[in-house]
Design a protein around this ligand. Structure first.
Ligand SMILES: [Zn+2]
Ligand SMILES: [Zn+2]
Length: 368
């Protein structure tokens, strides 16, 4: 048993309450991590608000990073003292995992939102023995210590600031991977990124790394568009103004963009992204609207123009390969994701979330 302090959501749309809890002992495939930093991502709030059906009370948090304190008897990938970034959980044995695409694991929902070890009972319990769910993204990292699995810990260099690296395990790999791994734009091509939050801005930095010649950022927030320019956007379109976004993009690119990434999660914006593509253009659907939403897309436009619409989870990333690569880009100055980050003390989690919801911070990271 390990004593921990954790931020627990007890009811729908509720606050995060600090609790003293105990973690159970490790199973053979598990890794105990002392959390040094934990990013807050939109999906934590989706879970809090029960747009996804996660069991409460639960410890959320799925962008953790820290130091390995103990490993289960079968763990080979990491050892005590290693620095790790925690990422999403996958089973490793279903067909899509075996095809090399664990981000579409057939057990993804159970493993990341189900709140339990798949093969056992809970491991976070409070002193009154009342059940508290953990295992959110196989980590529940809004806590001083977290149990992850060998599959979802990524060993990283000790030369990088460990408390900053957690968001590479979700939001930042989601945006940058959608460009680098999924769209794979050729050098000199054109791209539009819809939404300039942490995911969209990561996509913009990635587009610059890929050598896109025209990178258009679309958002309603002038400050974020300004930051988008600093990070590599060549043009910005403020969709809150009277401008017709699609016309404006076609004007900037002659016939439309080769690639687009939709990160806002707004179905009408996805329709704009499709319309802004040139012949045979490809759009990555990255942002998630509430379950069941549909988008108004002109089918003949997709058909006749040969357009492609692809869904992308977690940036199609193989985290053990892609996250160390992102850290190298960061260390080379090509991927300054620290410009998106505001740090808060773990104890100030509710304040951090207020700041995020008010649009005052792009990527809050809790430090421990
Ligand atoms: Zn799987
Ligand atoms: Zn996330």
């Amino acid at each position: 048993m390990k004593d921990i302090k954790a931020a627990v959501v007890e009811q729908k749309e509720g606050k995060f309450n600090m609790k003293s809890l105990k973690l159970k002992d490790l199973q053979p495939n598990e890794v105990l991590v002392e959390i040094k930093g934990a990013g807050i991502c939109h999906t934590d709030l989706t879970a809090r608000d029960q747009s996804y059906d996660v069991p409460l009370p639960m410890i959320l948090g799925h962008e953790g990073s820290g130091v390995v304190k103990e490993v289960g008897s079968q763990v080979k990938k990491v050892q005590k003292g290693d620095h790790v970034v925690l990422t999403y959980g996958s089973c490793g044995t279903c067909r899509t995992c075996l095809e090399g695409t664990p981000q579409y694991c057939e057990k993804f929902f159970d493993l990341n939102f189900g709140g339990e070890r798949l093969d056992s009972d809970e491991e976070a319990i409070d002193q009154s023995k009342e059940e508290v769910h953990s295992r959110f993204f196989q980590q529940s990292s809004f806590a001083t210590f977290s149990i992850a699995t060998e599959r979802n810990v990524v060993k990283v260099t000790k030369d990088a600031p460990i408390e900053m690296l957690g968001p590479l395990g979700c939001g930042i790999q989601t945006g940058s991977g959608a460009v680098i791994n999924s769209l794979k734009p050729t050098a000199g091509s054109t791209i539009a990124v819809f939404g300039a939050g942490s995911v969209g801005l990561s996509a913009i930095m990635a587009a610059k790394i890929c050598g896109c010649q025209t990178i258009i950022a679309v958002d309603i927030n002038a400050d974020r568009l300004k930051l988008a320019k600093e990070l590599g956007a060549t043009h910005t379109v403020n969709s809150d103004q009277k401008e017709n976004v699609v016309e404006k993009i076609k004007e900037l690119t002659a016939q439309g963009v080769d690639y687009a990434a939709e990160t806002s999660g707004i179905p009408a914006v996805l329709a704009q992204a499709v319309s802004a593509l040139r012949w045979k253009g490809k759009v990555a659907v990255v942002g998630a609207p509430p379950m069941g939403e549909t988008a108004p897309i002109d089918v003949n436009e997709v058909l006749v123009w040969g357009k492609q619409i692809i869904g992308v989870v977690e940036g199609d990333s193989i985290p053990d390969v892609f996250i160390p690569r992102l850290i190298e880009y960061y260390q080379n100055g090509q991927f300054p994701f620290d410009k998106l980050v505001t740090k808060f003390d773990f104890e100030d989690i509710n304040h951090a979330i207020e700041q995020m919801e008010a649009g005052n911070t792009i990527k809050p990271i809790l430090t421990f």
